[in-house]
Write a protein that binds this ligand. Structure first.
Ligand code: NAG
Ligand code: NAG
Ligand code: NAG
Ligand code: NAG
Ligand code: CA
Length: 303
């Protein structure tokens, strides 16, 4: 698997979208959708029922109202082997990378939407490590750990362990992780439960820490799992049913999404089994969200 290639293809597609008319946009998306449904045909009824935005180009995520629409749901078994989801992202059309937490239960693995209960290349962490956010950069998987402050590094091809690194002292604890390409440079984005987003270089050395406030100038703390989409940073707020869309350059919240409806469906046993995990699927221009120890992952559109 080579994510760089994936990304390059994606950027090409984006460029192309910009240059084409609405009609061509429709064809491109309709084609991707057909290809996607073909790959998973017959296996995920819920997914096939989802409407997606067949007639729309990828939307502008810098202009959001804070509303969402539920598209499809894939149930997963959270009785035999529940996953305390801490990091979630798509690596290709149908495959997610998931990091899970709790001492003695932490791991990192891939999941295919076809068969979510089959943990692919599952790597179990030592029992004294609590898994947190994860990301893939240049074919390496990085997984934060919470108070241990270790960053585990794996080969993205098979999740074999390569090494570990130390979390920068400027980051209080390992929480959320993602990255973006900004002015041609890779920037790693890290949260630590405060209202700060730490911006690090490719070696995870923090260059800048940005504090996030709401429109009443109140710090937005407990920033957790992250997803960066086309200029906008999405973050779960720990212990709540909320995801915020952040404009890093202006240190402001663009919109707040409340997923009370999903939290209700999750029938959670403990307060910390909250909404956590945001993964953007570039092929369907939709988001998949879940929570810690939840029995489903849910596809949503954000507006
Ligand atoms: C899908 O689209 C159809 C036709 O536009 C609409 O009637 C239906 O409510 C939509 N379903 C969902 C789940 O949004
Ligand atoms: C990114 O946003 C621009 C507008 O700001 C839009 O033209 C483009 O389609 C978006 N791409 C994705 C992948 O959302
Ligand atoms: C995206 O939305 C923002 C905010 O409304 C606007 O300033 C920007 O021009 C839009 N970009 C495109 C390409 O439409
Ligand atoms: C997606 O990524 C997974 C994990 O690396 C890999 O096993 C699978 O073959 C990939 N699928 C496609 C369609 O590229
Ligand atoms: Ca994510």
């Amino acid at each position: 698997m080579n994510l760089q290639n994936n990304r390059r293809t994606y950027h090409k597609k984006e460029e192309l979208n910009k240059k084409t008319s609405m009609l061509s946009c429709f064809s491109i998306l309709a084609f991707s959708l057909t290809a996607f449904v073909f790959i998973i045909k017959g296996s995920i009824d819920a997914y096939e029922q989802s409407n997606l935005s067949k007639t729309e180009c990828p939307q502008n995520y810098t202009d959001l109202k804070g509303t969402h629409k539920l598209l499809s749901r894939i149930n997963r078994d959270n009785t035999k082997n529940p996953q305390y989801t801490q990091g979630l992202l798509f690596v290709n059309e149908t495959t997610l990378l998931e990091s899970s937490g709790q001492y003695g239960k932490s791991s990192i693995h891939y999941l295919n939407l076809n068969d979510v209960d089959n943990l692919i290349f599952n790597y179990e962490l030592p029992s004294n490590q609590f898994g947190e956010g994860c990301d893939i950069i240049n074919n390496k998987v990085y997984q934060l750990t919470w108070l241990e402050r270790k960053i585990n590094v794996f080969n993205a091809d098979d999740l074999s362990f390569i090494t570990d690194m130390k979390l920068d002292d400027k980051v209080a604890a390992g929480w959320g992780l993602t990255h973006r390409v900004f002015n041609g440079e890779i920037q790693v984005l890290i949260t630590d439960g405060s209202n700060q987003v730490h911006i690090a270089d490719e070696n995870f050395i923090v260059q800048q820490s940005i504090s996030i406030f709401d429109d009443k100038k109140k710090p937005v703390t407990n920033l957790n799992e992250l997803e960066y989409v086309n200029g906008t940073l999405f973050a779960n707020i720990y212990l709540t049913s909320k995801i915020v869309a952040i404009d890093l350059e202006n240190q402001r919240i663009i919109a707040t999404f409340d997923f009370k409806d999903l939290v209700k469906d999750a029938n959670r046993k403990k307060r910390d089994e909250c909404l956590n995990g945001i993964a953007y699927n570039q092929y369907s221009d939709s988001f998949w969200v879940t929570g810690k120890n939840w029995g489903f992952i849910q596809e949503v559109k954000l507006f």
